[in-house]
Design a protein. Structure first.
Length: 491
């Protein structure tokens, strides 16, 4: 499709609205180009013209024998004038596409990653009633999604209240997996391709953790949560994991630690020895992720483990004393159906995990699903049915939603939601998504986000993405971490 913008630069917002309705369409954006009818296919023109007292906005949609235009005006004295013009133009486009395709979006015009954070900000500025009215009337969010947002906001606020201005969290990246799942686009290496890198990687990571822990101690900051992610951290041996845990125990002040999570996402990577190492470190939360309990679906996504292996891993974790187990599920996977997803959900509930995270399949451009031309899942409305079922069934079984985020290119334009039994929420998930306090990242691909207290200001420090870069240029990368001390010393 063609997107023509005249007198404005709202390309990001307009493209996102187009993707809500046409997720697989290639969008060609042109500036200050008049639609003279020569362009083939769907063509949208967004025009902004400034007048003496008001700005006139028009959006035209042309496709074959369809040619429609909607208009609006924004007073030049309007507070947050540019934002108001942007919202007016995207609203017109939404209305035109909704009419053309005879469909509405449950999330309306919301395209951002953090809708809960937006609701929190608007509530603080204008009060709850006005904030909810904005989502309902201006952003066109459905009653069901708005009710979900309200609940998540309430539950998140209780977690956010635990954080202090001097709080921070630690993220540890272990970017290795047994194999690469077809839906994944994370910067990670398979064991087969990176086995030789792993010992050197662990040694560098130990050094970075030691340096970082000493720095954070010296600054007198308060460590709230630790999160081992990746990749799959349990790809490492029990010995390597123990070495990393020991470095953390020696160099970080753990006296205020509220949560210690280690992802054991792939059931085919766990052993009793690894669970023993995790327990000995004091880690109190793990994640074992089947994604589905359908073997046919697992094969379709290149998951390379079976449903039986998941059950074995989960039961082993319980026998080893793991008291908080999270499980991840994905709605909208290839070969899955609403009936199959319902079976998966029932199977997971029978295990009574402390928390369940339900993701929507996201068609990431670097994933094998897209690269291998298996991107026809973008219009699968079954994903919306699956997500709706979780919203109906999980509360009946004692789970409540405690965090939520959205991704572009999610099938059926659905969300990702963390569900937990009361008192079993994943604190780190809330802190990272809300950008509540500083997150210090260690390891390849990790990003340190330095949060200025009592403000929205963030300063980022990037580690090298790939394990071979991380190890080869480790000394240069470690120098970047000096920015952490400089940031806090200038506050």
């Amino acid at each position: 499709m063609n997107l023509l913008l005249c007198g404005n630069d709202f390309h990001f917002e307009m493209e996102n609205i187009c993707r809500l309705f046409l997720p697989q369409e290639k969008i060609v954006t042109l500036y200050d180009t008049v639609d003279d009818g020569s362009l083939a296919g769907l063509t949208v023109t967004g025009t902004l013209e400034s007048g003496a007292d008001a700005t006139h906005i028009a959006v035209r949609l042309r496709l074959d024998d369809v040619d429609e235009t909607l208009t609006d005006t924004v007073a030049n004295a309007t507070p947050q004038y540019k934002d108001a013009c942007e919202l007016a133009m995207t609203t017109l486009l939404y209305r035109l596409l909704s009419s053309l395709l005879q469909t509405e979006q449950e999330w309306g015009l919301v395209t951002g990653v953090r809708p809960v954070k937006l609701l929190r900000r608007l509530t603080a500025q204008n009060g709850s009633a006005a904030a909810l009215a904005h989502f309902r009337e201006k952003l066109r969010v459905s009653p069901e999604k708005l009710a979900l947002l309200e609940t998540v906001l309430k539950n998140e606020n209780e977690i956010l209240a635990l954080s202090r201005p001097d709080s921070y969290s630690l993220y540890v990246s272990v970017p290795f997996c047994p194999t690469r799942c077809d839906y994944c686009s994370f910067v990670s290496q398979t064991v087969e391709s990176a086995a030789k890198l792993m010992p050197a990687y662990v040694e560098c990571l130990k050094k970075e953790l030691a340096f970082t822990g000493d720095e954070m101690r010296a600054l007198g900051l308060r460590l709230e949560t630790i999160y081992f992610g990746g990749g799959t951290p349990t790809t490492l041996s029990a010995e390597a994991l123990s070495e990393l845990f020991s470095v953390i125990e020696k160099h970080f002040d753990l006296s205020h630690l509220r949560e210690y999570t280690v992802e054991a996402g792939r059931p085919d990577t766990v052993t009793a020895e690894k669970f023993a190492a995790i327990a000995a470190a004091g880690a109190d939360r793990i994640s074992i992720n089947p994604q589905t309990l359908q073997d046919t679906v697992l094969r379709a996504i290149g998951r390379k483990h079976t449903v039986a292996q998941f059950y074995d891993a989960f039961n082993l974790a319980r026998r080893c004393g793991m008291k908080h187990i999270n499980t991840d599920l994905i709605a909208g996977l290839p070969e899955d159906t609403p009936a199959g997803f319902a079976e998966t959900l029932s199977g997971i509930l029978a295990l009574e995990p402390e928390s369940i995270t339900v993701h929507t399949l996201c068609l990431k451009r670097a994933s094998n699903l897209v690269l291998r031309h298996r991107s026809d899942y973008g219009d699968r409305r079954e994903a919306a049915q699956m997500i709706a079922r979780t919203g109906a069934v999980l509360p009946q079984n004692g789970y409540h939603p405690y965090y939520l985020y959205r991704q572009s290119r999610a099938v059926s334009n659905q969300e990702n939601t963390g569900w937990a039994k009361p008192g079993k929420e994943g604190l780190y998930n809330v802190y990272i998504m809300d950008e509540t306090h500083t997150i210090v990242g260690c390891g390849a691909g990790a990003v340190t986000k330095l949060k200025k207290p009592h403000s929205d200001y963030l300063e980022r420090v990037f580690n090298y993405k790939f394990p071979y870069e991380y190890t080869a240029r480790f000394d240069d990368m470690l120098k970047r971490k000096e920015q952490v001390r400089a940031f806090y010393e200038q506050l």
